[in-house]
Design a protein around this ligand. Structure first.
Ligand code: GAR
Length: 217
C-alpha cells in the first residue's frame, strides 16, 4: 500500500523530526518522510534528515521582502513534492491564515503543553510558576490562531516537586516523541476525521486506566 507522503517543517534541533524518521523506518508504518523544510540553514534537524537520506530544503524568511513570498515558496515546495501532510516540528515562524487555509486539515503541529492551557513560548516556566501538577503535549490540526485547532493526541506528564524548566521539558519531550508518530500513524491510516472542529478517531478505545498524580505514594 502507498504510504502517506509527509513533509516536516523545522527551525532547530529536530528531535521530533527524528522520532518521525525512526517510526517511518518500519516498513509497516503507514507514512514516509518525503521532505524536510527548515527556516534556518544551521538547524540541527537538517543533518538528521540528510543522514536518513531525506530531501532537505532551507527556506529562510530573511530572503523574502514579505511573509507572503516566504510562505508561497514553502507552499510551492510542498506542492512540488506532492506531500499529503505537513508536520510542524519546532517550526518557529507563525504561519498566516493564507497558508493555514491552503493546508487545512493537512497541517499539524506539536506543542509542549496540554492545550488549550499554556499556549505560546516559555511553556514550562509558566507551568512551574502556576504550580500545575500535570502538563504534557498536544498534537493538533493547525488553525490561524496560534496553538489552536482540533486536538488529535495528548499525553499528560507529571510535574515533580524538584523540577526546573529543563527537567520538565525533557520529560515532556519524551512524551512528544511518542505522540507525534502516533498522530501521524492515525492520520495515515485514515482513522482521523474533523467534525465540528473536533477530532473523531475511528476505533478509539477507552484507556485501561486513568492516571492520578499522587506525589506522596
Ligand atoms: C518541541 O518541544 C516542540 O513541542 C516545541 O518546540 C520543540 C522543538 O523541539 N514547539 C513549540 O513550542 C511550538 N509552539 P525539536 O526541534 O527537538 O523537535
Amino acid at each position: 500500500m502507498a504510504r502517506l507522503k509527509v513533509a516536516v517543517l523545522i527551525s532547530g534541533r529536530g528531535s521530533n523530526l527524528q522520532a518521525l524518521i525512526d517510526a517511518s523506518a518500519d516498513p509497516d508504518f503507514p507514512a514516509e518522510i518525503a521532505l524536510v523544510v527548515s527556516s534556518q540553514g544551521d538547524a540541527g534537524g537538517l543533518a538528521r534528515a540528510r543522514a536518513a537520506g531525506i530531501r532537505t530544503e532551507v527556506i529562510n524568511h530573511r530572503a523574502f521582502n514579505a511573509k507572503q513570498g516566504f510562505e508561497a515558496s514553502i507552499d510551492a515546495t510542498l506542492r512540488g513534492a506532492r506531500v499529503d501532510l505537513v508536520c510542524l516540528a519546532g517550526f518557529m515562524r507563525i504561519l498566516t491564515p493564507w497558508f493555514v487555509e491552503r493546508w487545512r486539515d493537512r497541517l499539524v503541529n506539536i506543542h509542549p503543553s496540554l492545550l488549550p492551557a499554556f499556549k505560546g513560548l516559555d511553556t514550562h516556566e509558566r507551568v512551574l510558576a502556576a504550580g500545575a501538577r500535570f502538563t504534557g503535549c498536544t498534537v493538533h490540526f493547525v488553525r490561524p490562531e496560534m496553538d489552536e485547532g482540533p486536538i488529535i493526541i495528548q499525553a499528560a506528564v507529571p510535574v515533580m516537586p524538584d523540577d526546573d524548566a529543563e527537567t520538565l521539558a525533557a520529560r515532556v519531550l519524551a512524551a512528544e516523541h511518542r505522540c507525534y508518530p502516533l498522530a501521524v500513524c492515525l492520520i495515515a491510516q485514515g482513522r482521523i476525521r474533523v467534525r465540528n472542529e473536533r477530532v473523531e478517531i475511528a476505533g478509539a478505545l477507552a484507556p485501561a486506566e486513568v492516571m492520578m498524580f499522587n506525589p506522596v505514594g
